[in-house]
Design a protein around this ligand. Structure first.
Ligand code: FMN
Length: 212
């Protein structure tokens, strides 16, 4: 139910966008709801860093509770958002190449995070959740296969995500298992591969009262 609810919420957001934008955002031939406008990320609050570090851990069991659009936006911003006017990010990259792509796997497909526009753009219209571990939400981290710093870059991102999860009370686990599962299914930028993935959801039987 929860993943369906998130899917519906995402589709609703697109429908609202479509109705109120006079259609310029979605081209006439792309009325497949392929763009989700994320809410503005909440970039204040949360647990103090030391408390988030204390809470950081891997959890592999998730409840069916929703990960809201707001939580999704916050999580993605913490992971790989833009935190300065010059376009630099919440995670460092060697020579500021920013050569990492983050994808979000939901029941209604796979979505690419566009931090500049704060949107998700659908890149696969297919339910592949079971291939990547069946969590309510799975983040995929892709980087150039031959980039010697790629592993370090994606590691910075998944640690950002893990700390956000710890701060927000979300469960997560970084997983190598499943990283190859979408080979030949998901089209990535030339030379990119999925290095690692990260399952995210609310802890079983422990959804915070104030979560959305
Ligand atoms: C690069 C990397 C790959 C991992 N792959 C998996 C995995 O495939 N399956 C899994 O259940 N956990 C995986 N983990 C999670 C580790 O098992 C976990 O981080 C470790 O046991 C320490 O536990 P902690 O994160 O709670 O401190 C991975 C962690 C990292 C950093």
């Amino acid at each position: 139910m929860s993943r369906e609810t998130l899917s519906l919420a995402l589709l609703f957001a697109v429908a609202v966008l479509f109705v109120f934008s006079g259609t310029p955002v979605l081209a006439a031939d792309a009325v497949k709801a392929d763009v989700i406008v994320l809410p503005t990320p909440q970039t204040t609050g949360g647990k103090p860093l030391m408390e988030a570090l204390f809470a950081r851990r891997s959890d592999r069991v998730f409840s069916d509770a929703d990960v809201s659009l707001q939580e999704t936006s916050n999580l993605l911003w913490a992971t790989w958002g833009i935190n300065r006017k010059d376009g630099q990010r919440t995670a460092p990259t060697a020579k500021n190449t920013q050569a990492v792509e983050v994808y979000v796997v939901l029941e209604n497909g796979v979505w690419r995070y566009d931090a500049v526009k704060n949107i998700l753009g659908r890149v696969l219209d297919q339910n592949v959740t079971t291939k990547v571990g069946d969590a309510p939400m799975t983040l995929l981290y892709a980087a150039p296969e031959k980039d010697p710093f790629a592993g370090m870059h994606v590691g910075s991102l998944y640690q950002n995500a893990g700390l956000y999860c710890a701060s927000a009370g979300l469960s997560n686990v970084v997983k190598n298992t499943g990283a190859r599962a979408l080979d030949g299914i998901l089209t990535l930028p030339d030379g990119y591969k999925i290095f690692i993935l990260q399952s995210v959801g609310w802890p079983k039987n422990d959804k915070p009262e104030d979560s959305q």
